[in-house]
Design a protein. Structure first.
Length: 306
């Protein structure tokens, strides 16, 4: 059977009446490989994680389109059967640049991207002091992305994100999302909701447009599990800090251990095997598959093993 393109596969998921797409946030190849090994059927490439991992910087609009598109494409290429939803910030400029950004994401094999209404020097949606563009500018961004999608003959899912709730209020935010859907967006993303009542209301007000939920640890939105998110009516829920928080906590623990004791002791599985050793990591990243491919095509690089 021919492989289903990732965007088409994501659209099938969104169309399924009983399906909610649950995505862990990943920011590099290793965190993506871990998420894939656990069995997630979609991934989310976090812009904050891309800034932190590629630049060592906070989420303050410092990444370029090439930083983001290249990272998203690498993650999407690890398993073409698993759709990747990727942050595209503001689209990185005016309509021409938004169209170019969309084209880059399409060529990288990304299934969906979200574009927001902050100014180009944007910041994480769970920080304060966000500045917004006006509604016509936001809608021009969405329209530019939709136009690029049509020109490329792509089915990439366009997610319209508004940060207007914080400064302009709920009604203005909903108005922006409805206008974005009219301009070609497929999914609505209201950032920074502060109550479960708001979470339920946006789904009702945006129906039948699918809605997107952002679960940020330490953020402003109440955390709910995937069952509750489904009951509220959301079709996509992301946990963007999954990779960042786990790396932050684990790396800090291991570095403290090395600094305090002069060594890092092995960790073991329940059956007594070393867990997380060098070969475990290489196998996670496809070592055996690479060796087998080399053998199948007549290579001899690993004739004596690897």
């Amino acid at each position: 059977m021919a492989q289903i393109k990732s965007a088409a596969k994501l659209r099938q998921m969104l169309a399924h009446p009983d399906k909610i797409v649950v995505c862990p946030g990943v920011h590099d190849g290793l965190t993506a490989r871990v998420a894939l090994s656990v069995g997630f059927d979609a991934l989310y490439m976090t812009g904050a994680g891309t800034a932190a991992s590629r630049l060592g910087q906070p989420d303050l609009g410092l990444t370029t389109v090439d930083d983001m598109a290249t990272n998203a494409g690498m993650i999407a290429g690890l398993n073409r059967d698993v759709p990747v939803i990727a942050d595209a910030d503001t689209g990185f400029g005016g309509p021409l640049m938004v169209a170019r950004t969309t084209e880059k994401y399409i060529l990288q094999g990304v299934a969906a991207l979200h574009i927001e209404d902050q100014v180009t020097t944007k910041r994480c949606g769970h920080l304060v002091g966000k500045e917004l563009v006006d509604t016509p500018t936001f809608i021009a961004r969405i329209r530019a992305a939709a136009s690029a999608r049509t020109r490329m003959g792509s089915g990439i899912v366009i997610i319209a994100r508004t940060d207007a709730l914080q400064s302009l209020g709920y009604e203005e935010a909903i108005g922006r999302l409805k206008a974005a859907v009219q301009a070609g967006a497929d999914v609505a993303f209201l950032e920074g909701m502060r109550t479960k009542e708001q979470m339920a209301q946006v789904v009702k007000d945006m129906a039948p447009t699918p809605c997107f939920l952002n679960m940020v640890g330490g953020g402003v939105t109440p955390l709910v599990n995937s069952r509750e998110a489904k009951e509220l009516g959301f079709k996509i829920v992301i946990w963007p800090m999954a990779g960042l928080t786990s790396v932050y906590l684990a790396m800090r623990e291991f570095c403290r251990e090395l600094k305090d004791t002069g060594e890092i002791k092995d960790r073991y599985t329940e059956d007594g095997k070393v867990d997380g050793g060098v070969r475990d990591v290489f196998e996670l990243c496809g070592l055996s598959a690479c060796v087998e491919f080399d053998k199948q095509v007549g290579g001899v690089s690993f004739a004596n093993g690897a």
